[in-house]
Design a binder for this molecule. Structure first.
Ligand SMILES: Nc1nc2c(ncn2[C@@H]2O[C@H](COP(=O)(O)OP(=O)(O)OP(=O)(O)O)[C@@H](O)[C@H]2O)c(=O)[nH]1
Ligand SMILES: [Mg+2]
Length: 404
């Protein structure tokens, strides 16, 4: 089983760089050939509308020649320009799809694609949305997962709300699962740990550690004889997003050395958001708990006492009789050395809070027709916005119903 990775825009590629650096340290992933070819090359395509970031990240990664697809000019933080393409650079979309097709042809069994991109950059959001649509169209039976990075709420660009709204609506319609990471959350956690200001490198290393916690091979999903078949991303969808109405995941990850499982889990649970902005309790629909560095095979035993605590903190819905899946791995190659890690992927109520704020802010701007001419200029009409509002309202309704 093989997975193809598609990194789009500055954020998608910079996070991808940190991710692949960590993947490279895992021998089981190399043996399984699910993420890397037998010749050691990554199963990844790197797309950006401008060359600067791609030149930087390609150094030190094992990217196949031709799998870097590059334009000449950025998409100016405009979803419409990324989605409909600039007149002069229509080739970017076609070249990307062509490279993905070639990469998929090299797979024995292609199981799906994981995209990484920001929700607010013009390339990551607009071209990312378009690629997601095309991938669904070209490979309707394969899985499609998005790792999407949300901008800081404090506001980096006035267009970020529209861009995020339009992208999330396309992801909801075309992907099977969206792992949503908020730059605000990552920053907040790192500000307590890092001396001085937090850089994108610090943030990307932390994000990459969480993604490796989810995607790298586990012993639980590796056949007793033989090597990993790389099922982790696709089992994650089966376990946490079985219904199309609820496909947004939130990750919590913690790695420490010399702590018992109970202490490590205790620290991780302290960082889980339990209440929404109105003070109401947040809930979760389904969760996967992954423990790495379990060389003594003690985690499952510890789960006998931890299970109750996790269910309480994640406030699992009563209608799901099996809200927790547990996977373990003896090693923790993404490190740090000798550390053990716990990663929890949760289909969680935090997404309701986020989408409500997003839709509210976008609606105020839309009703005042703020910045709409920027989108119209590049081909986006009223239909794009109305479809996006309608889709996100539906997601909110579905989640609120399920979490009651
Ligand atoms: N976590 C993280 N976020 C990033 C990184 N680089 C940019 N971002 C965030 O991504 C958003 C901007 O998107 P970019 O990826 O820079 O934009 P792009 O996709 O290249 O699109 P254009 O430059 O507009 O063509 C902002 O919210 C940034 O905070 C990164 O390396 N890591
Ligand atoms: Mg850019």
């Amino acid at each position: 089983m093989s997975t193809v990775f598609l990194h789009v825009g500055q954020c998608g590629n910079q996070v991808g760089h940190a991710f692949w650096k960590k993947v490279d340290k895992d021998n089981s992933v190399k043996e399984s050939h699910s993420f890397v070819h037998p010749d050691g090359k990554q199963r990844s395509i790197h797309v950006d509308s401008e060359p600067k970031v791609l030149q930087k990240i390609s150094r030190g990664l094992k990217i196949r020649e031709g799998n870097i697809v590059c334009g000449k000019q950025g998409r100016g933080t405009n979803w419409a320009l990324g989605y409909y393409g600039s007149q002069r650079e229509q080739h970017l979309l076609e070249d990307s799809i062509e490279r993905v097709r070639k990469e998929i042809e090299k797979c024995d069994t292609y199981s799906g694609c994981i995209m990484m991109h920001s929700l607010s950059g013009g390339t990551g959001s607009g071209l990312g949305s378009r690629l997601c649509e095309e991938m669904r169209d070209h490979y309707p039976l394969a899985h499609l997962m998005s790792c999407a990075f949300a901008p800081c709420k404090s506001g980096e660009s006035p267009l970020q709300h529209y861009n995020s709204l339009l992208t999330l609506s396309k992801l909801q319609r075309n992907s099977d699962c969206v792992i949503l990471t908020h730059n605000d959350d990552v920053l907040q956690t790192l500000e307590k740990k890092v001396k001085g200001s937090v850089s994108f490198d610090n943030m990307n290393n932390s994000i990459a550690a969480s993604l490796c916690g989810l995607f790298l091979p586990t012993d639980s999903l590796t056949p007793t004889r033989g090597v990993s078949i790389g099922m982790e991303p696709w089992e994650l969808i089966r376990a946490t997003c079985p219904v199309p109405g609820y496909k947004f995941l939130h990750i919590n990850h913690l790695s420490r050395s010399k702590l018992t499982w109970e202490a490590l889990m205790g620290q991780l649970l302290l960082g889980v958001r339990r209440y929404n902005t109105q003070g109401g309790a947040l809930g979760s629909l389904s969760n996967v708990v992954i423990a790495r560095g379990d060389s003594g095979k003690t985690f499952l035993y510890s789960m006998k006492t931890l299970e109750k605590k996790i269910k309480a903190v994640y406030n699992c819905v009563t209608w799901n009789p099996f809200p927790l899946d547990v996977w373990t791995a003896a090693t923790n190659p993404a490190g740090p050395r000798e550390a053990a890690s716990i990663t929890i992927a949760s289909n969680h109520g935090t997404v309701v809070d986020y989408l409500e704020t997003l839709v509210q802010r976008s609606k105020v701007m839309y009703d005042a027709t703020a910045y709409i001419h920027w989108y119209k200029r590049h081909g986006s009409g009223q239909e794009d916005f109305e479809e996006a509002f309608e889709t996100v309202y539906e997601v909110l309704e579905d989640y609120k119903g399920a979490l009651k």
